[in-house]
Ligand binder design. Structure first.
Ligand code: HPA
Length: 276
């Protein structure tokens, strides 16, 4: 476990490096999930910083994730885009997975759009759907806030009764309709992975109230809320979860579906950045 002091020092060093290299400091953060990488191309006045150059940043290992922060403007808003995220299943600690969110926080980011690929549990969903996350279930068996509380970053016992900001969700539903996207909402359950679930696990997850399942997002959202950020979450349903369609799941299918809806997903997030 990282000591409180050690963590604060690392955070200050990462911040210091970015303050020196980035002119336009961000107000809004965007985390790009699988297949949404093209959103980064929309960033104007881009300053690209590879993760490997940022002091104490972990390095992304998953295929299809670029591993860089893109600073600049989208729709006139000052943004920082995380192109490639860190997954718990890769072996990172929860503190490592969420380090970029803390870095965003100390750079002045007050709002976060989080995207991911997820398996559909709710049988009214189908592959390619974009679903607004209305709440989550943390079944990862760990928590990024475990350990000494960094009281300058947030409270010991943060409230998560509106982890996904209601007003932002309502705005997102309006935007979705305008873009011809069938607006859906659901509860996202996060599991540690890396295996996809068994059909029995999916049946259990449905019973406890989950509409889609994935292996990311929840750590980042917990830390963003702890740090006082507003959050909007969007899942791209890349496949129906195990046992629902009676067919096998594959990473290839997940990536293919993500690619198929990428254009619409990018358009959606672009429109959201303007109004949030
Ligand atoms: N399960 C867990 N994570 C996922 C899935 C799934 O079916 N699809 C995309 N990410």
């Amino acid at each position: 476990m990282i000591s409180e002091k050690g963590y604060s020092v690392k955070l200050a060093e990462a911040r210091g490096y970015l303050m020196e290299n980035v002119e336009v400091l961000p107000e809004l953060g965007v985390i790009l999930g699988s297949g949404l990488g093209a959103f980064a191309d929309l960033v104007e006045e881009q300053v690209v910083i590879p993760y490997k150059d940022i002091p104490h940043f972990p390095i992304s290992t998953v295929e299809g994730h670029a591993g860089q922060l893109v600073f600049g403007k989208v729709q006139g808003r000052k943004v920082v885009v995380m192109q490639g995220r860190f997954h718990y299943y890769e072996g990172y600690t929860m503190q490592e997975v969420t380090f970029p969110i803390r870095v965003m926080q100390v750079l002045g980011v007050t709002g976060l759009i989080v995207t991911n690929a997820a398996g559909g549990i709710n049988s009214s969903f189908s592959g390619g759907d974009l679903v607004l996350i209305k709440d989550h279930l943390n079944l990862m068996g760990d928590n990024p806030l475990r350990g000494a509380n960094l009281s300058n970053l947030g409270p010991r016992f943060p409230d998560l009764s509106e982890a996904y900001n209601r007003e932002w969700r309502q705005k997102a539903l309006v935007i979705a309709k305008e873009l011809g996207i069938d607006p859906q909402e659901g509860v996202y359950v996060a599991v540690s992975g890396p295996n996809y679930e068994t059909p029995s696990e999916i049946q259990y997850l449905r019973t406890i109230g989950a509409d889609m399942v994935g292996m990311s997002t929840v750590p980042e959202v917990i830390v963003a809320n702890h740090g006082g950020m507003r959050v909007l979450g969007i899942s791209c349903v890349t496949n129906m979860a195990a046992g629902i369609l009676g067919q096998k799941l594959s990473h290839v299918e997940v990536m293919e579906t993500a690619e198929r809806v990428e254009k619409q997903f990018v358009q959606f997030v672009q429109a959201l950045v303007k109004v949030l």
